[in-house]
Every structure is written in C-alpha cells, then in structure tokens.
Ligand binder design. Structure first.
Ligand code: SAH
Ligand code: SF4
Ligand code: F3S
Length: 476
C-alpha cells in the first residue's frame, strides 16, 4: 500500500462493456480533445484522490490518457512520507519539464502531500510547474486550470476541516472492475512524532455514512466485489448526523457496509492499535464477508521508542490487542508497518522489534528506515542520531526475518481450502488466474473456461512461497 515506486494511474485498455459509466467515459476520448495524464505516488488515499481529481477533470471535458505525449495536462499526485518519495517526484518532474520545453502549451500540476508541504516554494523551485494543489483543494482545479491557461501560476493549498468530497463520484482509474477503494475519512489528528501526514492532510474528519453506503452499493451493482474502506485511522471514524445528532462509529459503519450483500467483500485500512475496539473485532467475526485481515502497524516493539514516537500505546498494549484479534477471530491475518533506526534507538531496542514481529506472526509487513521529515515533532524535538548504515542494516534484519515469517505463515496454508475472489490473470501467465483469500493472500491457480474476474471459487493450496499461494480449484 505504501509504494514509493512509480505507478501509472490511468484507464485500463480492456474495459468490460458491462461497466456503462466507464465505457461512456472512454468513448468521450477524441483525438483532438483535451487529455490529462496522472501519476500517483504514496498511499492508497492518494490513488483514491486521483480518482476524485479525474472525475472533476472529466466534468471539464478532459479525458485520461496513458501516453505522456498525448497529454495537454500532466499531473503528479505526490507523497511526502519519506525523503525518497519526494526525490522520486523530483526526478519525474525533470522528465515532465523536458516535455514542456518541447511543447510549452502543456501544463504541469503538482497535487497531494508534497504540494501541501512545500506550498509556493514548489513553484519557486520548479519553474516549469503551473499549478500546485493541496489534497483539500481539488474542487478548485477548474479555476486554477483557467488561471494557468491564461499564463498565471496558480496555487491552492488551503486545508479544510469539512471537505470529504462525499458528493463526488470517483472515476475509477486502472480498475479491474472487481476491486475498489472508498475513502471514509480524511486527515489525521494523531501526531505520531515521525509523521508528516497531519501537516499535509490536515485535521481528521469523517465522511457522511449515507454517501459511503451509496458508493459501496453502486460499486456492487456495477460488478465490484471487494472494497476497502480507507482512512489514516479508520477506527476513529465517527460521523454525526446533522439532522438527528445520532452517531455512527467504525464498527457500525463496517456492519452497514457488510450488510449491502453477502457477496461483497469488505476490507479496511489503516487501524491504529490505540483505537481498534473489541466491538470492531466482534463485528468482523459475525460477518463472513468482512475480510479476516487487519493491518495493525506496530512501528516499533520497544515501549521507550513507542513513547518517543508518540504512538500512545506501549509494547504490552499492542500485544494485548493482537491477542484479542487472534482470540476473537482465530483465522485472522495481521500485518504491520515497522520503522528502524528511529531517534536514539539502541541495538537492544531494535531487538524488541524483532521479537515482536516473531511473536505477532505477521503475514506481511511494510518496512522502512526512519527518514526525518521537516516540521514534524521528531524533527523539532529529537536528534536523528542513528547512522544511516545502522538504520539500513537493522532494516535488512527485519526484512529477512519477515521474509521467513511470511513463508512459514504461507506454508501453514498448504493443504487448506480457501474461498478466492478472482481478480484477473496472474502476472506470469494468462493460463492462470489470480485472486485473494479473505486473509489478503494472493492465490494463483489454473484457469478454467467458464470463470471470470469477480467470481468466487474454492482453491486447495498445494504450494507456497513467501509472497504467493498456489493451488487447484476444488468443488465446494
Ligand atoms: N496512518 C497509518 C500510516 C500512514 S504512513 C498508521 O498510522 O499506521 C505509512 C507508514 O509509513 C507508517 O505506518 C510508517 O511505518 C511509515 N512512515 C511514516 N513516516 C515515516 C518516516 N518519517 N520515516 C520512515 N517511515 C515512515
Ligand atoms: Fe501518521 Fe500516525 Fe496519523 Fe498514521 S496515525 S497518519 S503514522 S500521524
Ligand atoms: Fe504519502 Fe500523503 Fe499518503 S504523505 S503516505 S500520500 S497521506
């Protein structure tokens, strides 16, 4: 989910004719019309936001293109979470700048977290950028584009306390027609000391429950079968009806979405260990279609480091939460995010992270070495004193450990039968389908004729690597 690599967000070439909206949209594409090209970086929220942006641009007569050279407007939706993420964007901007030098009519826009973090400094440093737009200002894009077309640099980085884009129907980009993401909240109030997100995304706010349910129902009716509810801290979702004053919490929202249809799989990310309640776990246990998978980032296994990180839980609290998960949902998979080499982390404290990973038996982890971000609490109050080679060596150790744990985790699935939702052809061969289990594990199995993406099948696992399960279909 947190990917510093380049990913192109754009409409897929093959479009299922049953997806009316997308076909219509695709047909609008005229060779001489206005086209935008968008690349997204960072977390799923950004990818989801790019679909909001695409929808806003479609209203203005822009169609998406996968080809940079066909674009009148080049957009990059950026991430600031680590220095490397920002470096990648800078490199991409040099490529876009070259295009603009050849064709000065082309407009370049920087969206997302880096736009928000750097503000007008970005326009000063990147002379060829025309538009800078923060995550809460996408509704202003038509106006900003007009200004830029007049030759004026334009910027809007205002953060909002209310904006959730609830009424904007996202234009699904790069969709396989089966899997989709729904943003249920924006911003974050947690202030983990290492994290730039509260500064780039602003205050936490929850989206209207009815608009979430309407979006999920619409997706189901259009053939989607696997939706992920997105937020930086989904467990603190809380929506209050302006009419009645009644509230909906995350467990209640989860239940409502699960009740849309038993064939609609429901996932969510990210959970915060301080906020995940037993109520959420019992709701998951009660509904077969709420996937048995929780991403529960630990960050560090050491209580002193957790305190410096301002995570507001300690090792014991975290372990109790994981125990509750396995007790209430015995077949649940848990995954994590881990940071190595945070300010003043000792070798012993690093070992606490290793033992935590072993103990928690994560099915997988996203692992990073600490990267100081300007303006964060850690940057202001703590010293980034662990040398880079040590950070990287510790990272290597946790990556290797996780590789082992993932393999053992997957080998335990050999011989078992899982219900798999088919998502498409496997990457390596079109003779194989790929799909996921409820536990979020990728399964590859030989194709048969009468099946298609969006169908559920039962697969008996015969073999496993650290990343994938392999199996054969069995009759239910
Ligand atoms: N809201 C989510 C995480 C969002 S950022 C949560 O609270 O878990 C995704 C991950 O990036 C974090 O979990 C953390 O592991 C990592 N990360 C964030 N800031 C970082 C930094 N300054 N250096 C290295 N990794 C960082
Ligand atoms: Fe960042 Fe912490 Fe908020 Fe996650 S919970 S986005 S790590 S401040
Ligand atoms: Fe990156 Fe912003 Fe997401 S900093 S991880 S794109 S919220």
């Amino acid at each position: 989910m947190y990917d510093d690599n380049i990913t192109l967000t754009d409409v897929k070439k093959e479009i299922d004719p049953s997806k009316q909206g997308e076909v219509l949209f695709y047909e609008q594409k005229k060779p001489f019309g206005r086209h935008f090209y968008i690349e997204s970086y960072g977390c799923q929220m950004n990818f989801s936001d790019s679909e909001i942006v695409a929808s806003i641009l479609a209203e203005q007569g822009y169609s998406p293109t996968r080809e940079l050279e066909n674009a009148n407007l080049i957009l990059v939706n950026t991430c600031s979470i680590r220095e490397k993420a920002e470096d990648t964007v800078r490199q991409r901007l040099t490529v876009f700048n070259k295009i603009k030098k050849d064709n000065p009519e082309v407009m370049i826009g920087v969206l997302g977290c880096m736009a928000e973090r750097m503000k007008s400094k970005l326009l000063e440093e990147e002379k060829l950028v025309d538009i800078v737009v923060g995550p809460d200002a996408y509704r202003d894009l038509p106006k900003l584009l007009n200004q830029a077309e007049e030759g004026e640099k334009s910027i809007n980085v205002l953060l909002s306390r209310e904006e959730t884009y609830a009424d904007i129907s996202p234009l699904r980009l790069e969709s396989n027609g089966v899997v989709a993401f729904i943003s249920i909240m924006r911003g974050c109030d947690n202030m983990c000391s290492f994290c730039v997100v509260p500064f780039t995304r602003g205050r936490e706010r929850s989206r209207d429950v009815f608009s979430i349910l309407a979006e999920a129902e619409d997706l189901f009716n259009r053939g989607y079968r696997d939706i992920t509810l997105l937020g930086q801290n989904v467990d603190s979702y809380k929506w209050t009806s302006p009419e009645t004053g009644s509230t909906v919490n995350f467990a209640q929202l989860l239940e409502k979405v699960a009740n849309i249809h038993p064939k609609l799989r429901v996932r969510f990310t990210t959970s915060h260990p301080k906020d995940i309640t037993d109520d959420v776990l019992y709701t998951m246990a009660r509904h077969d279609n709420i996937c048995k998978y929780i991403h529960l980032p630990v960050q560090s296994g050491n209580s002193r480091i957790l305190e410096l990180m301002n995570r507001t839980y300690d090792r014991e609290w975290y372990m109790e939460r994981v125990e509750a998960v396995y007790r209430i949902i015995p077949d649940c998979a848990v995954s994590s995010d881990v940071i190595t080499g945070f300010c003043s982390e000792t070798e012993e404290e690093h070992k606490d992270t290793l033992t935590m990973m072993e103990w928690a038996q994560y099915s997988m982890s996203y692992m990073f070495f600490y990267s100081e971000r300007p303006g964060t609490l850690a940057a202001r109050k703590l010293i980034d004193d662990v040398p880079e080679e040590i950070k990287k060596r510790r990272l290597q150790e946790i990556v290797e450990l996780q590789r082992n744990i993932s393999l053992q985790h997957n080998l335990k699935d050999v011989g078992k039968v899982f219900e798999v939702l088919i998502e498409g052809d496997s990457k390596k061969s079109d003779q194989y389908f790929k799909g996921r289990t409820s536990q979020n594990k990728m399964v590859v199995f030989p194709k048969t004729e009468n099946l298609k993406p969006g169908d559920y099948v039962f697969v008996k696992i015969g073999d496993a690597t650290g990343a994938t399960l392999k199996g054969e279909m069995v009759q239910n």
